[in-house]
Design a binder for this molecule. Sequence first.
Ligand code: GSH
Length: 241
Amino acid sequence: MLELHQFRHSAFCLKVRMVLQAKGLSFRTVEVTPGVGQVAVFRLSGQRQVPVLVDGEQVIADSSAIALHLNRREPDPALIPADPRQAAQVHLLEDWADSTLAMAGRSSLVQAAALDPELRVALLPDDLPDPVRSVMGVIPGGWVSNITELVNQKERTELLASLEQLAASVQASPWLVGDSLTLADIAVAAQLSLLRFPSSAGAALAGKGVPGLSDHPKLQPLFQWRDQLELKLMERTLEEV
Ligand SMILES: N[C@@H](CCC(=O)N[C@@H](CS)C(=O)NCC(=O)O)C(=O)O
C-alpha cells in the first residue's frame, strides 16, 4: 500500500493526494507533527519536508518528483500530455503554482491568520488538547514571527492579476492546458487551498481563507472550478473502491 507522509493542510500534500485520486490509486496517510515529527521524515527520506511518498522500497520526496513517479507507475490517465508544446505548458504552470502562487498564498494566509484568531485555531493540528488550542487562539499575532511573511501590496496586486487571468481561462475551458486533466490543473487547484480552503479541509476550515481574495467577486469562478475538480476526483476515487 502506498504511504503518504504529510501535513494535512499543506497545499503540496493536497497536490499529491489529488494525483493519487486522479490515478485511482489507494493509499494511506501518515500525519507528521510539524517540528518533532520531521526528525522521522529526515530519517526516512534524507530531508525534512513533506510530502514524502513510500512506494515499496522507494522513498520519494517533493510533490513534483512524486507526481512524475506516479505518472510513470500508473500511466492512465496521463497527467502530462504527449504533445511536447502542451507538456511544456503544463511544466511551466506547475512550476508557477509551486513557486510564485505557493509563496504568495502562504504569506497571504499567514497574514490573514495573524489577524483572525478563529482561522488560527482552525489551522492547528486536530490532535492538540483544547486548552492549548484556546491559548493559541488568543495570542495576538503570535503567528507572524517574521516581517518578511507579510505580503506587500505589489505582490497582492500581481497575485490578483494572475488569478483573474486563470478565472477567465477556466470559464472558457475546465482544463488549463489541452482538453483533459493535467498536472497543471492539479498544481494550481492545490495551491488555491491556501486562499480559500476546499471542503476536504474539514468543516472548521472549508470556505475560510484570505479576506479580499477568497470573497473577491472576480475570483469566484476560479474557486468554483477548484471545488468541481475536487468533487470529480473524489467521485473517481469512490468508483475505484
Ligand atoms: N518543493 C516541495 C515543497 C514542500 C514544502 O514546502 N513542504 C512544507 C509543507 S507545505 C514543509 O515540509 N515545511 C516544513 C519545513 O520546511 O521544515 C514540494 O513540492 O514538495
